[in-house]
Design a protein around this ligand. Structure first.
Ligand SMILES: [Cu+2]
Length: 484
């Protein structure tokens, strides 16, 4: 069927999918401008998109010479990606080849997929041993901007870049003159290019251990060409483990079209905080000449992330109007009959002891998937540390098909992006901020903030609920809900 090309992908039987690099890290090279997908009627798409993801150490150039290349870990030779592009309705068959020296798995972040495909070692699947393979096989139900990463030893592996993007294109909706994934990540680098310390106890117990080299698509402040005068869709992925973004586009009027890949009523990009794991689909009109700058305003002075430079003969488009993307078919919560569950996110120092009966039947885990220390907890229950072998009982058992309102209370002075697997929830509101109702899979809790989200528990299985500041997740702020 297929053959292994130089980037290490097996493209078996899939004629139209695209699996590409985001850019080479040298000289600010940028992703290729790619037009929006043609209408489905143009060609009968293959039913199955097959990819091979070979997780292993590689070398990538992030810092300019005389620094050396950085020893990274990636899913392909494409750095930092890869990007899997497919169309809504297609089936993804992704074969993971574990070339790491430890067990791993792939979690498909934000997808409402069957529990067995969710990629949480011990909880939803057996870990994939070093040297072994595992195939994920599912049909993404929603179009959108998703990403994938391991779910154990995550601070270390994400710190080395082990993540990829999954873009599921809508079959209709507005057309764009360019559709550009922008993967935002800070690296912890020594001056010679080696990976430095990705986690400290001080960082893990506070806001996270921040990197020192900000990149977009693996490049430091890259200049990305865009068609002059065109309508540009950028898909911003915050794949960093701790950085909070307040993305701003200087030099263009920009609108948010989707949060976490889920379309919303277009809203001006202005002060939308995007914590780790959040994705924003943004549209702007490129100028006829010149440059639009993407900056992170969540800093005392805005920090440059990337620039978009208008190139080519200016396109003549009409008046700029941000058109909504087609709505996702997410089940609407039945708020009148909802049950409310409260979850407190707090600091802790003491692991909770459970009776043997509570632990009966729960899986054993190993030190890669248990924390070394605990600084955090959900409802006073930290994810167990390495002295415990069994996973804790579920935080709550939910009745399949019922609507639940989760009241998420941040009792700490730090921010926590809280992520639920396998479901998209409706953000109802905050006791501190005015937010539009919108769907998401990760919601950023500001210090002492309380937010309410609602969803239909329609997907059976055990689903992680955790902070996506990965050091918080791995030091206790993690648990799971059981939908039965
Ligand atoms: Cu947190």
């Amino acid at each position: 069927m297929g053959r292994l090309d130089r980037r290490g992908f097996l493209a078996a039987g899939a004629a139209t999918f695209s699996l590409a690099a985001l850019g080479t890290a040298s000289g600010g090279a940028a992703p290729a401008v790619r037009p929006a997908a043609p209408p489905v009627a143009d060609a009968a798409p293959p039913e199955v998109v097959e990819v091979e993801l070979v997780a292993r150490p590689r070398l990538a150039r992030i810092l300019p010479e005389p620094a050396g290349p950085t020893p990274v870990a990636t899913y392909s030779d494409a750095f930092p990606g890869p990007v899997i592009r497919m169309r809504q309705g297609q089936r993804l068959r992704a074969r993971l080849v574990n070339g790491l020296d430890e067990h791993t798995s792939i979690h498909w972040h934000g997808l409402r997929l069957p529990n067995a495909e969710d990629g949480v070692p011990f909880l939803t699947q057996a870990p994939v041993p070093a040297g072994a393979t595992h195939t994920y096989d599912f049909v993404p139900p929603d179009a959108g901007s998703f990403f994938f990463h391991p779910h154990c030893d995550t601070t270390r592996l994400l710190g080395r870049g082990l993540a990829g993007l999954l873009i599921v294109e809508e079959s209709d909706g507005p057309r764009f003159d360019a559709d550009l994934p922008c993967m935002v990540k800070d690296w912890h680098l020594e001056p010679d290019g080696r990976i430095g310390t990705v986690s400290t106890d001080r960082g893990a117990a506070r806001a996270g251990t921040f990197g020192n080299v900000a990149t977009v698509n693996g490049s430091i402040d890259p200049v990305i060409p865009v068609p002059a005068g065109g309508d540009i869709r950028i898909r911003l992925f915050n794949v960093d483990s701790s950085r909070i973004l307040d993305p701003m586009l200087e030099g263009a009027e920009a609108w948010i079209l989707a949060v976490d890949g889920i379309p919303m009523t277009p809203r001006r990009l202005d002060g939308w905080l995007a914590g780790p794991a959040t994705r924003l689909d943004i549209v702007f009109r490129a100028p006829k000449t010149g440059t639009v700058r993407l900056v992170n305003a969540y800093a005392s002075t805005p920090r440059p992330l990337a620039a978009f430079r208008a190139e080519g003969t200016p396109l003549s488009r009409g008046r700029f109007r941000p058109l909504p993307l087609p709505a996702a078919a997410i089940p609407a919560p039945d708020l009148a009959r909802a049950e409310t569950l409260r979850f407190d996110f707090s600091a802790t120092a003491v692991a909770r002891a459970f009776a043997e009966a509570d632990l009966a039947g729960l899986p054993f885990a190993d030190s890669l998937c248990l924390s070394e220390k605990t600084f955090w907890a959900i409802n006073e229950t930290p994810w167990p540390d390495a002295g415990h072998e069994r996973l804790p009982p579920p935080l709550a058992v939910l009745e399949r098909g019922r609507t639940y309102v989760l009241e998420l209370a941040n009792l700490t002075p730090h921010l926590h992006p809280i992520h639920l697997h396998g479901h998209s929830f409706l953000v109802l509101g905050s006791d501190k901020r005015s937010l539009p109702r919108h769907y998401a899979d990760t919601v950023l809790l500001e210090p002492r903030e309380r937010m309410r989200v609602a969803f239909v528990a329609d997907n059976p299985g055990d689903w992680m609920l955790h902070c996506h500041i990965i050091e918080h997740q791995e030091t206790g702020m993690m648990g799971f809900l059981r939908v039965a």
